[in-house]
Write a protein that binds this ligand. Structure first.
Ligand SMILES: C[S@@+](CC[C@H](N)C(=O)[O-])C[C@H]1O[C@@H](n2cnc3c(N)ncnc32)[C@H](O)[C@@H]1O
Length: 341
């Protein structure tokens, strides 16, 4: 009889940790569906009173609350649960940055179930960025992810001192979605006028957000895909490319950067929010998992390394290319590249 030599120096738990990510996601969704965070509100409470407030069974509620603590959404002290800054800002229903709608509605699940076929064939499950799909897919997504980027966009204005831009300054928000990248600029600098460019059905969402955020009078709209739209030359002091290059892929991104360079005034700055992988493309997970999302959802979408995106920018003539580092933001949280014409 042959005895199989088993290796025992490597624990398998990492595999289970990855699989358990789906449990963590479901716990978060369930808590939002039960409105746990809004019901906890400002007062620390024990599990029993939270269970009563959400209309759920006390023991089950306690088990879930403990899991929420372990995931970093709640704090627990002397048997009482309270919100932390993360849950207070993003998971309480009356917060302006409430992200519950995005948590409970999975925009990509129906396409991700085909990942095995996507990898086998190299063909995406869907192409969300052609106009027909984009008009259906993006209005809801763009609204849902407003809270994802608002704080970052606000900090970018401070970091680049964009509130000092003089009267007559113009910004272009390409693939504006909710307008989340340019709205903080318009709020902090009343001198700036913004042109928001996106497909017509998405611009309806942009209009709703500019109204809601009190900056509608500072906005004009350019309707259509960026390749078809007329963008004037030498006009803009700031151009935002917020989470658009990744769905365009490498070649189209170069073309889009060329357009941006042409559209910008000398001295103007381009602000790019992107998924940035390390130079080996082996991390961080947030970027590399997103690259797989691009395989599923687009024909040519990709992520970039800092080096590669920097090279694309320099090739089109941009100078002073930098990766912006924001206080309190980890490197992988919301990568931003900035460059100057
Ligand atoms: C992931 S969303 C990002 C929206 C917003 N910039 C943000 O960061 O929240 C991508 C946006 O790009 C727009 N988009 C996709 N392809 C486009 C194209 N060819 N021309 C113009 N906009 C496009 C979509 O309609 C959508 O609003």
């Amino acid at each position: 009889m042959v005895t199989i030599q088993m290796k025992t120096s490597m624990p398998p738990q990492q595999i289970f940790q990855v699989l358990n990510g789906r449990w963590a996601a479901q716990i978060l969704k369930t808590s939002v569906q039960l409105d746990v965070f809004s019901k906890i509100g400002t007062a620390a409470q024990d599990a029993k009173s939270i269970a009563t407030a959400i209309g759920a069974e006390p023991h089950a509620t306690e088990v879930m609350l403990n899991a929420l603590c372990s995931l970093g959404f709640l704090e627990k002290k002397n048997g009482k649960y309270q919100l932390n800054e993360l849950s207070q800002t993003y998971l309480v229903e009356d917060s302006p940055l409430y992200i519950g709608g995005f948590v409970t509605h999975d925009h990509v699940a129906e396409y991700w179930k085909d990942l095995t076929e996507v990898v086998r064939t190299g063909n995406p499950a869907v192409t969300v960025n052609n106009q027909q799909h984009a008009e259906e897919f993006f209005p809801k997504l763009a609204a849902g992810i407003f809270p994802l980027s608002y704080s970052t966009a606000h900090n970018v204005v401070n970091e680049l001192k964009l509130s000092d831009l003089p009267a007559g300054s113009r910004a272009l928000d390409i693939a504006a979605g909710s307008g989340v990248w340019s709205i903080p600029l318009a709020q902090q600098n009343k001198n700036v006028h913004v042109d928001a460019l996106d497909f017509p059905s998405v611009l309806k969402v942009t209009r709703e957000f500019t109204e809601r955020e009190g900056v509608a009078s500072q906005y004009s709209y350019i309707e259509g895909g960026w390749r078809q739209c007329k963008i004037e030359s030498d006009k803009y002091d700031v151009i935002y490319l917020g989470h658009i290059l990744h769905s365009e892929g490498m070649e189209e991104s170069a073309a889009m950067l060329k357009e941006c360079y042409r559209a910008m005034r000398p001295g103007g700055r381009i602000v790019i929010a992107e998924m940035i992988g390390n130079n080996e493309y082996s991390g961080p997970p947030s970027a590399q998992l997103f690259a797989v999302n691009m395989l599923v959802m687009t024909q040519k979408g990709c992520i970039f390394s800092e080096q590669e995106l920097g090279d694309l920018l320099r090739k089109e003539g941009f100078k002073d290319v930098v990766r912006l580092r924001l206080q309190n933001w980890r490197d992988e949280d919301a990568p931003i590249m900035v460059a100057t014409k």
